[in-house]
Write a protein that binds this ligand. Structure first.
Ligand SMILES: Cc1cc2nc3c(=O)[nH]c(=O)nc-3n(C[C@H](O)[C@H](O)[C@H](O)COP(=O)(O)OP(=O)(O)OC[C@H]3O[C@@H](n4cnc5c(N)ncnc54)[C@H](O)[C@@H]3O)c2cc1C
Length: 314
């Protein structure tokens, strides 16, 4: 398609863009249409284009928690990773970071570290962007304080369609209006998170850098960070650790095509040799079935499936 979408004269929408390199698993097909907004105004243009052209919208941010089908994604994929930047201010004894959704968590980490504040600890080694962090209520299981996005988020701004205005608008929602749970946040839909306001008390910890280094070291030791993955594939069922259940079911190293259950951390599935998304999906389904058969426990994926999965039987 020409770079001249009906409602977006200054903004290009591309066609048939490969998505694999935009995900941490390095798998998946093409986006039928694709846009990479740098600003909230660009995002609105892309959404208006989708609305005018009756195309479904799929949002991709850091791409570190998604499994994109080999068949690709119908409609328009909008990646937010360039819509980034954080305004930093000190106010009422707190450090405030007003972030565009595509701001990376490593950028947050840098800012919290500069002020020697505790959120740096759980953000250490946490990939992806702020928007994805809110949607997934990203965090760690260690006893850190804070350890999840819910604890550092004050508000989010969501771009959504307004029937009254007959236009897209940005609405601000206070974090306490949202429904936060383990690796999940609801209450902001419909729409797309465009900004988030994060804050933490300005109470520096002298040894935070040391502890961040330690946390990074622990990740390196326990996780297969040398191979493409999306981190933990399954959420932990109440009272259990998914990794342990998978390990005890004898699944470490279980392989289909180029995808396998990591030998280092059983809740990671790694792309060790040019895996296809379908390989990963089949490993996921096999793990679910085996754990259910052996342990009587249903595993639920943390990773979000995107795109066209019709006809992708395990
Ligand atoms: C090596 C590795 C280690 C990891 N370790 C952890 C960990 O310790 N703890 C943890 O919680 N996670 C971990 N993850 C998973 C992942 O990094 C987090 O879930 C992260 O918050 C996802 O952010 P993202 O920007 O990559 O989101 P994406 O993967 O791009 O998107 C995730 C979902 O959110 C939606 N979405 C993203 N941004 C927006 C937005 N602005 N508005 C609306 N919808 C949006 C997408 O459509 C998709 O459904 C790890 C991943 C890897 C690869």
């Amino acid at each position: 398609m020409s770079s001249a979408p009906k409602a977006a004269p200054t903004f290009s929408i591309e066609q048939r863009v490969p998505l694999a390199s935009m995900t941490s698993w390095l798998v998946g097909g093409e986006a039928e249409y694709f846009a990479q907004p740098y600003t909230v105004e660009h995002l609105k243009e892309a959404l208006l284009w989708a609305r005018t052209n009756n195309q479904p919208v799929t949002i991709l941010s850091g791409g570190t928690n998604v499994l994109i089908s080999d068949q690709g994604v119908k409609g328009i994929v909008i990646t937010l990773r360039k819509m980034a930047g954080a305004a930093v201010r000190e106010e009422n004894g707190r450090l405030h970071l007003d972030c565009l959704a595509g701001t990376s968590k490593s950028e947050l980490l840098k800012n919290f570290l500069k002020y020697k504040l505790e959120p740096a600890l759980f953000l250490a080694g946490l990939p992806g962007d702020v928007g994805g962090g809110v949607v997934m209520n990203a965090g760690v299981s260690e006893g850190f304080k804070p350890r999840e996005f819910v604890e550092i988020t004050d508000w989010v701004e969501v771009m959504r369609w307004s029937e009254t205005k007959n236009d897209f608008e940005v609405v601000r929602l206070e974090a306490k209006e949202l429904h936060w749970s383990y690796r999940h946040c609801e209450g902001w839909r419909p729409g797309i998170i465009v900004r988030a306001g994060l804050s933490w008390p300005l109470e520096p910890s002298a040894d935070i850098l040391q502890r961040v280094k330690q946390a990074n070291q622990t990740r390196l030791t326990k996780q297969p960070l040398d191979m493409p993955s999306c981190g933990s594939v399954f959420v932990n069922p109440p009272g259990h650790a998914s990794g342990r259940l998978i390990q005890e079911s004898g699944l470490k190293g279980f392989t289909i095509g180029g995808a396998k259950v990591s030998e280092k951390h059983a809740n990671f599935i790694v792309n060790f040799d040019q895996a296809k998304a379908i390989d990963i999906h089949r490993v996921i389904e096999h793990v679910k079935k085996t754990v259910k058969d052996q342990k009587g426990i249903e595993l639920r994926t943390e990773v979000v499936y995107l795109g066209d999965w019709t006809g992708s039987a395990a």
